[in-house]
Design a protein. Sequence first.
Length: 176
Amino acid sequence: MKLIEHLKTINHHKRLVMELCFKLGLYRQGVLHDLSKYSPAEFFVGAKYFQGTRSPNDAERENKGYSSAWLHHKGRNKHHLEYWIDYGLGEGHKMAGMKMPEKYVAEMFCDRVAASKNYRKEKYTDADAYNYYKRSESHYIIHPETAKLLEFMLKLLRDNGEDIALLYIKKNILKK
């Protein structure tokens, strides 16, 4: 039964992201979003740790000390900030977040909104994705310009609603 519920959750999330991406004109990204979740490396682990109220990756991480599904996922999906972590050019070549192209920041925005809707269900508000970002930002390795853009998008959603946020992102950020 967990397998079916996990599949429903993935499909619902993917549909939500696709709808948001399509509103931004990101058709290819909307269609291709998170296809790796259907791979055996992610799907069966996700089904095993499925709970329905949060990411199965968190439960796998609590059980094993790491999430094999997440390690697989983040390396294949450019809308995750973790995909863009590399060795920096500065002294010591420390790990650093690379600047993400705006189209992937926009997809990350869509992903966060969809995840909030998926897990919060009827309790969802336009502030949820921003609040989640703020609770987690201290551990992110993210390029400062990418962080600034993502936070701007999330505040736009929180303060003005989904329709206005999407319209602004499409006309002012993705217009290039």
